[in-house]
Ligand binder design. Structure first.
Ligand SMILES: Cc1ncc(COP(=O)(O)O)c(C=O)c1O
Length: 478
């Protein structure tokens, strides 16, 4: 090919904006963000009945049209921000909130602008050191000492997947042994555990769902009995899964007892702390989560307990060699990147290229330090106790004493069935929209739950919630 055969289209420079163009774009997005953040106190936590499509939804589709940033932002506001759930609201008490702190968003911007390759130490020693420092910090916080390792993931589900795959690999559960291998969990285990078991080919294991006590924690006696029976029957107990804060009610399993049982029966002991593990930053949390350091693997979600925007989980494995053995691969084209004695994130997870996700957690910690997170989490614990007390005062039944920051409760008026009245309360709250809660089923009964974990949730939000619950109850009593 000759030079003058080359015929490039003019648009090939369009994706490289000039400094002026960048500033114009950035200023508009920045004003939009500021407007959004400033409007949060008036914004709803939930936009009821906004799931239907509208004519303007054709704008979601991609074609060759060019649009102004103003048009795009208008559409984004109307068809994304003003629909469904608003996880940035302090009124969000559904599922497990977190909020999404601003400094983390800024870090994401920097991460994307600089686009460091966080999967390989060779490509970005700095990004990897940053990620390692966070894994190290989180591991020490859990009480791990030496030889542990981990990975920054996109969330708790992938963190669970990595941990359980490591357990499977380390315990050498393969084709011929799968149907005789036993996994122990409870009805309070998060469904991402079952999903992970399915993905890693352990669906056909024997999965024992062990009975719960009145606080929705695993019954140690029922577990011990089941393990004994399974061993007598020639099965191999290999994996024990515990909750360090269940999603439904925040239940924390008796971790020390479970660790002992796991050790006696040579099981891998996995602790799901996606919701609860960051309470290790608080005194009450450390008391509740005693024994977490005995786990072979732990997961935790900074997009919950550290209030980061969605997209941040952590998996920790007590012996990093087990994590590496389960995930390391080599490829000819990657030969330059291998450094003897140095793990890269790609050796410790399914990902190769990955988001530079360390920065979104590292920057807030560097700017504000660790203590402020402790203070916020303590506030959430206090608000939870306050809410549970007030709920009883206004005539609701609290189902179990909250261990961390989730309150499960029901209305129990005589004239209605349980599910009917609690569905009505749920609808009342969701239609109002200033507060959002979600429901679950406990002991076959529809149950309401409030999870207090957004950094923006303060006493005024809980008081508003209580007012709404009073009104909902009153509307049913007439
Ligand atoms: C206890 C628990 N484990 C795992 C998960 C899954 O985490 P993610 O939604 O980050 O994938 C959740 C999510 O709420 C959870 O509460």
């Amino acid at each position: 090919m000759k030079d003058n055969d080359l015929n490039f289209h003019n648009s090939i420079f369009e994706l490289e904006e000039t400094a002026l163009e960048r500033k114009a774009l950035f200023d508009k997005v920045n004003s939009f963000s500021e407007e959004f953040l400033e409007s949060l106190p008036e914004r709803k936590a939930f936009h009821y009945n906004t799931h239907q499509t509208t004519d303007s939804d054709s704008f979601f589709s991609i074609n060759n049209e060019k649009n102004s940033i103003e048009n795009v932002l208008d559409f984004f506001k109307e068809r994304v921000l003003d629909t469904g759930l608003n996880p940035t609201s302090g009124g969000h008490l559904g599922y497990i909130p977190g909020g999404g702190i601003f400094s983390s968003a800024i870090a994401d911007y920097l991460a994307a602008i600089t686009n460091r390759y966080a999967g390989e130490f060779y490509a970005s020693p700095g990004a990897v050191r940053m990620g390692d420092a966070l894994v190290n910090w989180a591991g020490k916080l859990m009480g791990y000492t030496e030889g542990f390792g981990g990975n920054l993931t996109s969330g708790g589900s992938i963190a669970n997947l990595i941990a359980l795959h490591t357990a499977k690999h380390h315990k050498n559960i393969t084709g011929s042994t799968i149907t005789k291998s036993v996994v122990y969990c409870t009805a309070q285990s998060h469904h991402s555990i079952n999903k992970a078991l399915k993905i890693i080919g352990l669906e056909d294991c024997i999965i024992r769902v062990i009975a719960l006590d009145a606080q929705f924690r695993i019954s140690v006696k029922a577990l011990e009995d089941q393990v004994r029976v399974d061993e007598q029957d020639g099965f191999t107990p290999f994996l024990l899964i515990a909750n360090a804060g269940s999603t439904d009610v925040g239940a924390v399993d008796p971790l020390v007892s479970l660790a002992n049982i796991a050790k006696t029966h040579k099981m891998w002991f996995h602790v799901d702390g996606a919701y609860g593990a960051f309470f290790m930053l608080t005194e009450k949390g450390r008391e509740k989560l005693k024994g977490i350091e005995l786990a072979d693997s732990i997961i935790l979600d900074p997009h919950k307990g550290m209030f980061l925007p969605y997209g941040s989980g952590i998996v920790l494995v007590k012996n990093v060699k087990h994590l590496a053995a389960a995930h390391s691969y080599t490829a000819n084209y990657m030969r330059d990147a291998y450094i003897e004695g140095q793990y890269s994130p790609s050796n410790l997870s399914p990902e190769l290229s990955k988001h530079f996700r360390g920065l979104r957690m590292w920057l807030p910690l560097k700017l504000y330090g660790q203590q402020v997170f402790t203070d916020y989490l303590n506030e959430k614990l206090q608000l939870t106790t306050y809410l549970a007390q007030k709920l009883v005062e206004i005539g609701y039944k609290v189902i179990c004493e909250p261990e961390l920051s989730v309150v499960a409760f029901r209305l129990e008026l005589k004239q209605y069935s349980n599910d009917e009245q609690n569905k009505k309360v749920l609808d009342f709250i969701q239609k109002d929209g200033r507060i959002f809660i979600s429901s679950t089923v406990l002991n076959n009964k529809l149950t309401l739950r409030a999870a207090i974990l957004s950094f923006r949730t303060h006493k005024k939000d809980i008081d508003l919630f209580l007012e709404l619950l009073k009104e909902a109850k009153l509307s049913l009593e007439v």
